[in-house]
Design a protein around this ligand. Structure first.
Ligand code: SF4
Length: 467
């Protein structure tokens, strides 16, 4: 399962691109395939984009060339459109009224219909990304004022979007009415920053001000910060998986601490599913905070039975299945002296296909663990995500077609228990109605008539040119 994208925008700082670069460093976990920054100095637009990690794409000399007081940046894992150079964001277009640079996190679920509509009307699209659609709508609508254009365009888009868009000398931060993906606002000195997660604000010592509200467009320009609300209100559907797995634990997501939420999930897990064991251990890194909560609640000592090797993986080969398998093997090393003869509770954040967990359990047995009890800090994943996370298909999700006992036997543990849906929702620090939990329930908060696939926009097009 892959993370999706991270976005950032900086306005009103003489080193805007450097702040964007540092912010992208903090958001690297949200997308490791490509990175880009576009900056503007009031007259000229500058850009640097490429495939790879932030550290691969930008050198010191690149940042010097990215001049200006405005910058937008993006790290990407492709959720719609394949991983090609052409699809690296921010997407930049020039037209007679200036330039538009788009950084997008999320997935527009009616992108095929909208693309067909645009092409029927004569638009020629350059990429296979759903993110490009908004550019065409912005240019096609001939009203002068972009502020007025946003609401009617946003009402055409379905699904998940947190956009950071630079249009000439302004940044537009737009969040869909359901609020699937996070987007926060901070301030450093006189400069404003918008970013996917608060860890990006911390990186540049910006003070958190507030979130961009679901259905809100925040406009930042030389007059400061103003806001436009979409007329139509929709039921909130914050992605609960941000809290469980995707977001960084040092971030606040949807205004609440990810670290504390994960601990609370672990506590609920211990109450629901106690185990007779000598030690509790996490699967690092994302299971660590739930394991802390489990250990505290159960009073079983926490040990780090796995040590993570941080020096693996090169981003540009990340999408390859071959490398992913390789990474599973080399990523975590069991500590024999901690595990030998011990009854172990391992805390996982989630189980997707089950193959990764199986490999880890085998390694723990080889290291001498006498019993292994797996506890998972969310319910079984049974349905794919159409809102910007690259889940496997339903067929590949082990819990969609196996019982819990079958999964236990496949993974090779002595017992396997998942946190209940009520336990998960009750561990959040907001009302449970605020969240999307469709991957656990199959109840999607929007109409998904025809589930879009990652490469839905490529089916009728030649995509071989830039490979
Ligand atoms: S389906 Fe799951 S991963 Fe997708 S937005 Fe909803 S909670 Fe998040």
């Amino acid at each position: 399962m892959k993370e999706y994208c991270g976005v950032i925008g900086v306005y009103g700082h003489k080193d805007a691109s450097k702040l964007a670069y540092l912010g992208l460093y903090a958001l690297q976990h949200r997308g490791e395939e490509s990175a880009g920054i576009i900056s503007f100095d009031g007259k000229k637009v500058f850009q640097r984009k490429g495939q790879g990690l932030v550290s691969d794409v930008f050198g010191e000399s690149d940042l010097k060339k990215l001049k200006g007081h405005l910058a937008v940046g993006h790290v990407r894992y492709s959720t719609t459109g394949s991983s090609t150079v052409k699809n690296v964001q921010p997407l930049l277009i020039n037209h007679k009224k200036g330039y538009i640079a788009v950084a997008h996190n999320g997935n527009i679920t009616n992108s095929v219909e909208l693309r067909n509509e645009l092409e029927d009307a004569g638009s020629i699209l350059q990429t296979t990304m759903d993110s490009e659609l908004i550019v065409h709508f912005l240019v096609r609508d001939h009203k002068n004022n972009y502020r007025e254009k946003i609401a009617p365009i946003a009402s055409r888009l379905e699904g998940a979007y947190s956009f950071v868009i630079a249009i000439n000398d302004a940044i537009y931060a737009i969040r869909d009415p359901h609020g699937f993906r996070p987007l926060c606002i901070g301030k450093v000195g006189g400069a404003y920053i918008v970013a996917s997660e608060t860890c990006a604000l911390d990186m540049v010592q910006a003070e958190y001000i507030r979130d961009v509200e679901p259905g809100e467009t925040v406009i930042i320009d030389k007059n400061g910060l103003t806001s436009v609300k979409l007329p139509e209100k929709k039921k909130h559907a914050f992605c609960i998986f941000e809290n469980i797995y995707f977001a960084r634990p040092d971030s606040n997501i949807f205004t609440k601490s990810v670290y504390l939420t994960r601990k609370s999930l672990g506590r609920a897990l211990a109450r629901e599913h106690p185990a007779e064991a000598d030690i509790v251990m996490p699967i690092p890194d994302s299971g660590t905070y739930a394991a802390l909560g489990y250990a505290e609640e159960s009073k079983i000592p926490l040990e780090m039975g796995f040590v993570r090797n941080h020096y693996i993986g090169r981003t540009f080969i990340q999408p390859s299945q071959l490398i992913r398998d390789f990474k599973v093997k080399v990523k975590l090393n069991p500590v024999r002296d901690v595990l030998k003869g011990k009854r172990v509770v391992i805390v996982e954040d989630s189980i997707v296909r089950g193959t990764t967990s199986r490999g880890r359990v085998r390694a723990l047995r080889q290291a001498g663990a006498s019993q292994i009890h797996m506890r998972v800090s969310c319910p079984p994943l049974i349905s794919p995500c159409f809102y910007g996370i690259d889940f496997p298909t339903k067929k590949e999700l082990i819990a969609s077609n196996h019982t819990i006992d079958q999964i236990r036997d496949f993974i090779g543990v002595d017992s396997l228990k998942y946190l209940s849906l009520e336990g998960m929702l009750g561990s959040m620090m907001q009302p449970k109605e605020e969240f999307c939990a469709a991957c656990f329930t199959g109840n999607y908060p929007t109409n998904i008539c025809k589930p879009p696939s990652k490469k839905a926009l490529e089916k009728t097009r030649c995509t071989g040119m830039d490979r």
